[in-house]
Write a new protein. Structure first.
Length: 340
């Protein structure tokens, strides 16, 4: 546990342009010490690499995306080839000449490793490097900086299996150290001050030995099969209806909800004083009218239940068959849920 951490913006770098030796410029402007963490915005890494594109951002989003996550109006949240989920694929039209956009570094972890090696040679000290980008967060207003490239630092601290001060065993606690560093340094670099690099001191115990770069920021990307929120609401329905195979091949699992759970969800919105849904055997249910319920209201509720169940069944690759027995007035319908 570190009791004092200091973040200082590096001044005097000036505008970074294509072909600039970013490591040399940082070395000249900063007095690096053993165990420093050098934090660099992705924008200047991309500018030095010539990734300033003369094009409209909206026209480039699809080219820099592997799939849509969610959309609303002109806003598109997409998954990039890096595995990052970002608005507009991380293409940035700020702090760049009008009519141009800056794309994310092609291989952020590789860029961080190369920058670490160069800085360590130039300064003669062992340092870590974090490359950052700005991202929004689901369920939270505003943006913060996150780590998209890391070298010489463990991006996560896995505390699973340890105990807290009360003796409780921790099971999933894993502070995202690299993201915490990225967010902290944004406080001193800002968005409009022209300070794209900061140095963090006080974390030397976290800096890995020279020659050991660690897992990189790729370790911070949640695997597809553990992503509970991989689709926005509208796009989830579209994928379910189209039954695309490409997303399954990419590792996104098909829903595996038990049939009973689908029926429970479909019946949760039904008026229980009008209709009841009763089990009639494996994967079969009867919809019956409650005694005294108006027939036309009961029929409407039964139909609404069936439509809700159809939508849920489609999302799990199942179909719903509806049977009606005109001689059994008490049973409005019998539904059977089967694999597609």
């Amino acid at each position: 546990m570190t009791d004092r951490v200091e973040a200082v913006a590096v001044e005097g770098l000036g505008e970074i342009r294509t072909g600039d030796d970013l490591a040399a410029l940082i070395h000249q402007a900063a007095r690096l010490a053993e165990g420093d963490v050098v934090v660099v915005t992705s924008k200047v890494v991309s500018k030095a690499a010539g990734l300033v594109l003369d094009a409209d951002r909206d026209d480039l989003v699809e080219q820099h995306s592997v799939r849509m996550v969610a959309r609303r109006g002109p806003t598109r949240i997409v998954r990039t080839r890096h595995g990052l989920t970002l608005a507009a694929a991380g293409l940035d039209a700020s702090n760049t000449p009008p009519g141009t956009v800056v794309a994310l570094p092609t291989e952020p972890d590789d860029e961080a490793r190369a920058l670490r090696r160069r800085l360590s040679r130039l300064a003669g000290v062992n340092v870590a490097v974090v490359i950052t980008d700005t991202a929004g967060r689901a369920w939270r207003q505003g943006q913060t900086d996150i780590a998209i490239g890391v070298a010489g630092l463990a991006p996560l601290e896995n505390l699973a299996g340890t105990t807290d001060s009360h003796g409780n065993r921790l099971t999933v606690t894993a502070p995202a150290i690299a993201d915490e560093i990225a967010a902290a340094t944004d406080l001193v670099m800002g968005k409009t001050a022209g300070l794209p690099v900061a140095v963090v001191r006080g974390l030397a115990d976290r800096v890995l030995p020279a020659g050991h770069d660690g897992e990189g920021a790729a370790a911070l990307v949640r695997p597809a099969d553990a992503d509970l929120f991989g689709w926005g609401a509208v796009d989830a329905v579209r994928v379910a209806v189209r039954r695309d195979g490409a997303d399954r091949a990419a590792g996104f699992p098909e829903p595996v909800d038990p049939v009973d759970a689908l029926v429970d969800d479909a019946s949760a919105a039904a008026d229980q004083t009008v209709v009841k849904v009763l089990s009639a055997g494996p994967a079969r249910w009867r919809i019956v009218a409650v005694t005294g319920a108006p027939p036309e209201v009961a029929a409407w509720e039964a139909g609404a239940f069936v439509e809700r169940l159809r939508a849920l069944a489609v999302s799990t690759r199942r179909t719903v068959r509806v049977d009606r027995d005109p001689e059994d007035a008490g049973v409005l319908a019998t539904v059977t849920v089967s694999p597609t």
